[in-house]
Write a protein that binds this ligand. Structure first.
Ligand SMILES: NC(=O)C1=CN([C@@H]2O[C@H](COP(=O)(O)OP(=O)(O)OC[C@H]3O[C@@H](n4cnc5c(N)ncnc54)[C@H](OP(=O)(O)O)[C@@H]3O)[C@@H](O)[C@H]2O)C=CC1
Ligand SMILES: Nc1nc(=O)c2c([nH]1)NC[C@@H]1CN(c3ccc(C(=O)N[C@@H](CCC(=O)O)C(=O)O)cc3)C=[N+]21
Length: 285
């Protein structure tokens, strides 16, 4: 029987460390601040925003949540963004994505100030993650994956890691972060042939697909460590991952649940990035 790797103790450990750091900053008259930019009212965006605001309040990080109209034009969006870039009281900016289609992410990504870009939208930060340069912020979700692996003492050096999914927010950066820790990384996607065969070669399997419970025990090597990044709704409208946990728990040695796994660590990582951004901007790092 495999062990569930819950996110809460990981999130709590990150938060405790941050609270002390934020207190030290406060003594210097500095309060880190995150500005969240949301366009429209997508339920996924709203739930992430709620979680983020709660996490920041808990750590005493200031927040400013901007809700922009669904039909905002690109020039107006960019001028809003430039104002936030220029506002020295805000240290981190989270733009909830994906943006509606009139807003071209390929253009907008270049406008977010790289030093405030706490979720890796700007290509400068993408390049830093690719290089393994820790002055750049990886996206919070794959960082949360790495925090969980570290917390549960999962050895990565020389291990076979398979990532299913190649998006810029989950799969690709997760692959780069695993590579930095000396895992041998394979990245799979919708065109991968015989996915169960490739996945079952993994000592560590990271799944970020967006297909409810797609990954079953045929994808799992005996004793594998499984990280489920997926956030989906099942037939009964309940939150579930991309991994069929009940089906895999006897084969895997360790597995993250959904809810209560990666998603519950993501907002703590976001807070960590905001504090780091604040310190960098004030030359305290
Ligand atoms: N926990 C958290 O904090 C977060 C969780 N998520 C969740 O993670 C999941 C992935 O999100 P995201 O990366 O944004 O999604 P995307 O839709 O951007 O990417 C999905 C990836 O999965 C691949 N894929 C889709 N279907 C299959 C299949 N049948 N077999 C193999 N590969 C497949 C796609 O391949 P191809 O490239 O070939 O199309 C693509 O690379 C979602 O469930 C999302 O809700 C996302 C962000 C944060
Ligand atoms: N730039 C950007 N980055 C994102 O990471 C991003 C985004 N935009 N837009 C919206 C989606 C959606 N998303 C969620 C993450 C976790 C839960 C979630 O439910 N998490 C917890 C429960 C709540 C909690 O404990 O905070 C869990 O998995 O148990 C929901 C939604 C991130 N996203």
């Amino acid at each position: 029987m495999g062990i569930l790797m819950k996110g809460k103790p990981v999130a709590d450990a990150i938060k405790e460390e941050l609270k002390a750091e934020v207190q030290d900053l406060k003594a210097k008259g500095i309060i880190p601040k995150l500005t969240i930019v949301r366009v429209g009212a997508d339920p996924g965006d709203m739930s992430y925003e709620r979680g983020a605001l709660k996490a920041m309040a808990n750590i005493n990080i200031d927040t400013d949540a901007r809700a922009l109209p669904e039909n905002i034009e690109q020039t107006d969006f960019i001028s809003e963004l430039e104002k936030i870039n220029a506002d020295t009281s805000t240290h981190g900016i989270l733009i909830l994505r994906p943006l509606p289609k009139q807003l071209d992410e390929k253009v907008i990504k270049n406008f977010i100030a790289p030093e405030k870009d706490v979720d890796c939208f700007n290509p400068i930060n993408v390049a830093k993650v690719f290089e393994g340069d820790e002055t750049g912020f990886p996206p919070c979700t794959p960082s949360a994956v790495m925090e969980i692996l570290k917390f549960y003492n999962i050895e990565l050096m020389g291990k076979n890691a398979v990532v299913i999914g190649r998006s810029m927010i989950v799969g690709k950066p997760a692959a780069m972060l695993l590579l930095k820790e000396h895992a041998t990384v394979t990245v799979c996607h919708s065109r991968t042939r015989d996915l169960p065969l490739v996945a079952s070669g993994a000592d560590i399997l990271v799944v970020g697909i967006g297909r409810a419970k797609m990954v079953n025990s045929n994808y799992i090597k005996d004793g594998a460590v499984v990280i489920d990044v997926g956030i989906n709704m099942d037939e009964d409208g309940r939150l579930c991952g991309d991994v069929d946990t009940d089906n895999c728990i006897n084969k895997a040695s360790m597995i993250t649940p959904v809810p209560g796994g990666v998603g519950s660590v993501t907002t703590s990582v976001l807070a960590k990035h905001v504090v780091q951004a604040c310190k960098m901007q004030l030359s305290l790092l």
